[in-house]
Structure formats: structure tokens, C-alpha cells
Design a binder for this molecule. Structure first.
Ligand SMILES: Nc1ncnc2c1ncn2[C@@H]1O[C@H](COP(=O)(O)OP(=O)(O)O)[C@@H](O)[C@H]1O
Ligand SMILES: [Mg+2]
Length: 471
């Protein structure tokens, strides 16, 4: 589709306005006036024609002399024509009679056949001027037609004057319209063009470009809408970029976390194959270390699977009424078994409620929560006490998992729920752990329409807490 620019359309409109609004009416009016003038002159010539007949009949003068006299008095040209078309008398002294051709075929004489007078406007070759002729037939001896004529000089002067003025008006109106178009162009086209330019820049990827809002009208509204659109696109893009950054960081972390235990296992196995297998001092140690790394890999992959199921929304957490206390007790017992060698750690459950701890929950998932929190408490405490406290609070039960361990510094506290985040301390001192436990816990608690809190004092201990709705 060819683009007809607004400016071109405006000029076309201007042209149409000028021709339809000004030139056409002027033409019609002029035509009407011209006809009116011609009728007026014709009537006057007709009365003079009749007056001349009366005058020539009533005076005893020769009709040729009468014609001269009449012409002198009225300034009109008088021509007398015989029945055969021969000109008998002519008032204009510039004309030589016998050089005049037959006048029967003159239009004004021809017209007479149907009417009692004939009119014609034309250029007189003899006198080199426009004339209006009015001819009448009369009953006289030798003269059959009286023709009176008047030059169009006066009418022409008026017409010329009129044309000049009309041309002036057309020029002035055209100039006004041009100025009008100029301003419309300035007020409408230019701002629109600017918006189009900005839109094109945005389209080309300059998302931060914004259109100036220059007016409080539809164009301003358009600019504002384009700006809002660009704003939204920019925000969405930033969000997507952030997401993709998080994703690639996640991937880097995953590869790194997986690579470490795999390299260790590979190293041990290679050493064993290269002869250490027969060295009884190291072979069991190396195999045990390999197994440990294998467990670590397994734990990592389990957490990764959970995280990815959370991401894809595949991890469905259906809530049903369950008694949560036996689950906690089971986990605590398992934990106690695991740490039975460590005499310096104590685990206790403090239940302040007298009722069964019935909550809307999912046993597998809530098991995962307590398992993670208790494992962390054990892992990040060198000695001391770990307490799982249950409190009854109206509609909810409150759960606290506290330890008297290393605690978490303030800076790390805001980041421990991020995937793969581990404190510097945790990284160096405890090789176990993936940094995926707390993100999973957070997600599960949120799926219970709740949230998890953490309070910690470095060197003193940490408390994680959350609430679950009673069922
Ligand atoms: N009870 C706790 N005491 C001290 N630090 C903790 C405790 N729980 C979690 N953290 C810190 O938060 C980090 C993230 O925990 P988590 O997501 O469970 O990962 P992981 O236990 O695999 O390291 C831990 O690495 C540790 O630095
Ligand atoms: Mg953990």
C-alpha cells in the first residue's frame, strides 16, 4: 500500500475546499450575473429600438438621417437593413455601406423568425469590438429590420473589475488556507511524526526511549499510551533477563556442585585401579570416601529434582488434615540415631498444646521441612541443644526449630533462602549440604499459605519458625 502522507491529504483537502467552496460558486454566480446583464442590456436596446421606430415615423426626416440623429443622442449604433439583407443605413461613420455584406444571415436577424426580436452578442469584425445586437422587424417601405447595437465595453470593464477582485479573493483565501494547513501540520503532523519516530526507535530496541507528551489531547494520549506500552515491554524484558540470569547462575551452580563429588569419586577409583586396591591401608578408606561422595551426589540430585518439580509446578502439595506430632517424633528419633556418637548434642520436643496437633498439611512434604530444619540445626551446631517447640495459637499451631549453634550473620540471613546459597562458614567447615534445603522448605511452607521466619544471633544460635492452620 502506498503511503499517502497526512500533509498530502491536507493539501488535497485544501485544493478541494478551494475549488468546491470558492471557484465553483464564483463561476455559477458569474454566469448568472452575465445572463442578467445581457438581459438588462437587451431590454434597454429593445426599448431604444422601439423608441427609434417611433421617432423615425413621427419625424419627417429621412430614415437614414433619423438613424444618425438617434445614434448621436443615445450613443447606440443603428443599422437599417432591407428585406433582402442589404444595409440601407449605418450610424457608425467608420463603416462604408457598400462594403457591408448581406445581413440576413446575421444571428440576430436569423433569430427573428421565431420571436419578435433577435439578440446576439459577438465580435464585430468591422469595428474590432464585442457588440450586443438587438434586431426588430418593422412594416416600412424599404426598411425591414432595425438593428440597434451597443459595445460591450462598459460591461466588459465591469467584468474585468469583477474578475480582478475575485482573483484577489481567491489568492487571499488560498493564502489563509495555506496558513491553516501550515498550522494543522505543525499541531498535528509534527507531534504525530515525533511519536512515530519514537515508536520506531522503540521497535528497533531502544526500550528506554519515551515520547514527549506535548499536549493534553488525543495526540498526548497516544504518546502516553506508547510510553506505557514501552514501559511494560521494558519491565517484562528486564524480568525475563533477570530470570534468565538466575537460570544460568543456577546451571553454573548445579554443574559445579555435581562436578566436585564426581571428580572425587573418579580420583579415588583411578587411584584404586592404579594399585591402591591392593593396599589394605587405603583401599577401604578410598571406597568409603567414594561412597560418601556418591551419597552426596544422590542428595544433590534429590534436591535438584525437587527444585525442578517446584519450578515446573509439578510438585503438587495437597493439604489434608493430619496429626503432625508423630511425624516430628519420627524425624527426631531418626536424627538421634544418626548423631548417637555425638554426646554433646541434645534434641527435645516441647509441646505446649494438650491436643493432637491436627493441621492441614501434606505428610511427605512437612516431613521434608522438619528433616531439613533439624538436619541444619545439627549440622551447624557443634554442641548444645536443639528444640522443636509447638505452641497453640487460636486458629493455628506455631512451630519453632531452634538451636544453640553457630548462628548466621545479618548479611547472610537475608540470603539463606536463595538457591545454592551457603554461608562462607558452612562452605569451609561442612562439606555436606547443597544450599537447596531452605529454598525447598520455603516453597513448601508457602504452599501451606504460610511463611517461614528466621531469627539468628551469630555465635548464639538460630530459630526457624512458621505457623500452620489447624484443621
Ligand atoms: N540452623 C542453622 N544454623 C546456622 N546456619 C544455618 C542454619 N540453617 C541454615 N544455615 C545456613 O544457611 C545455608 C543454607 O541452608 P540450606 O539451604 O539448608 O543448605 P545446606 O544445609 O545444604 O547448606 C547453610 O549453608 C548455612 O550456611
Ligand atoms: Mg540444609
Amino acid at each position: 500500500m502506498t503511503l499517502i502522507k497526512l500533509r498530502q491529504k491536507l493539501f488535497l483537502l485544501l485544493f478541494a475546499l478551494l475549488s468546491v467552496g470558492l471557484v465553483l460558486p464564483t463561476y455559477v454566480i458569474n454566469r448568472t450575473i452575465d445572463t442578467q446583464v445581457k438581459t438588462e442590456i437587451t431590454n434597454s436596446l429593445l426599448s431604444h429600438n422601439k423608441a427609434f421606430e417611433l421617432y423615425s415615423r413621427s419625424s419627417n426626416l429621412d430614415i437614414g438621417i433619423a438613424a444618425l440623429n438617434f445614434s448621436k443622442q443615445t450613443g447606440l449604433r443603428v443599422t437599417l437593413i432591407a428585406k433582402d439583407g442589404k444595409v440601407i443605413a449605418e450610424s457608425d461613420s467608420n463603416i462604408v455601406l457598400n462594403k457591408m455584406d448581406n445581413h440576413l444571415n446575421r444571428p440576430e436577424v436569423q433569430n427573428l423568425k421565431n420571436m419578435d426580436y433577435g439578440v446576439s452578442v459577438r465580435y464585430s469584425n468591422t469595428l474590432k469590438k464585442d457588440f450586443i445586437y438587438v434586431a426588430r422587424m418593422i412594416e416600412a417601405n424599404d426598411v425591414s429590420y432595425i438593428r440597434l447595437a451597443q459595445t460591450m465595453d462598459f460591461a466588459q470593464t465591469l467584468i474585468d473589475l469583477r474578475t480582478t477582485n475575485q482573483n484577489r479573493i481567491v489568492i487571499i483565501v488560498a493564502a489563509i488556507l495555506f496558513v491553516f494547513v501550515f498550522f494543522v501540520d505543525k499541531w498535528i503532523n509534527n507531534p504525530i511524526k515525533k511519536i512515530v519516530n519514537v515508536a520506531q526507535e522503540i521497535k528497533a530496541g531502544k526500550w528506554d526511549r519515551r515520547a514527549d507528551i506535548l499536549s493534553n489531547d488525543e495526540i498526548g494520549e497516544l504518546a502516553e499510551n506508547i510510553n506505557q506500552l514501552a514501559e511494560k515491554i521494558e519491565n517484562d524484558l528486564n524480568k525475563m533477563k533477570k530470570m534468565s540470569d538466575v537460570r544460568s547462575e543456577f546451571l553454573t551452580n548445579v554443574t559445579h556442585e555435581l562436578k566436585t563429588p564426581i571428580s572425587s569419586i573418579t580420583g579415588y577409583l583411578e587411584t584404586l585401579l592404579n594399585g591402591a586396591l591392593n593396599d589394605e591401608n587405603v583401599n577401604t578408606v578410598f571406597l568409603k570416601r567414594s561412597l560418601k561422595n556418591s551419597h552426596r551426589l544422590e542428595a544433590l540430585v534429590t534436591d535438584l529434582v525437587d527444585i525442578s518439580r517446584i519450578e515446573t509446578g509439578e510438585m503438587k502439595i495437597d493439604l489434608t488434615p493430619i496429626n503432625i506430632l508423630p511425624i516430628i517424633e519420627e524425624i527426631v528419633n531418626e536424627a538421634k540415631l544418626r548423631i548417637k556418637k555425638r554426646q554433646d548434642i541434645e534434641i527435645e520436643i516441647v509441646n505446649h498444646s494438650k491436643n493432637d496437633i491436627m493441621v492441614n498439611s501434606n505428610s511427605d512434604r512437612i516431613r521434608q521441612v522438619f528433616d531439613n530444619l533439624i538436619s541444619n540445626a545439627i549440622r551447624y551446631s557443634e554442641r548444645g541443644k536443639i528444640s522443636i517447640v509447638i505452641e497453640d495459637d487460636k486458629e493455628e499451631y506455631l512451630f519453632f526449630v531452634s538451636d544453640t549453634g553457630s548462628g548466621i550473620n545479618e548479611e547472610s540471613l537475608s540470603r539463606i533462602f536463595e538457591r545454592f546459597y551457603r554461608t562462607e562458614d558452612a562452605r569451609t567447615k561442612f562439606r555436606k549440604g547443597t544450599g537447596l534445603g531452605l529454598p525447598i522448605v520455603k516453597h513448601i511452607i508457602e504452599a501451606h499459605n504460610s511463611s517461614i521466619n528466621v531469627d539468628s544471633i551469630e555465635g548464639k544460635g538460630t530459630t526457624f519458625s512458621f505457623a500452620l492452620m489447624k484443621s
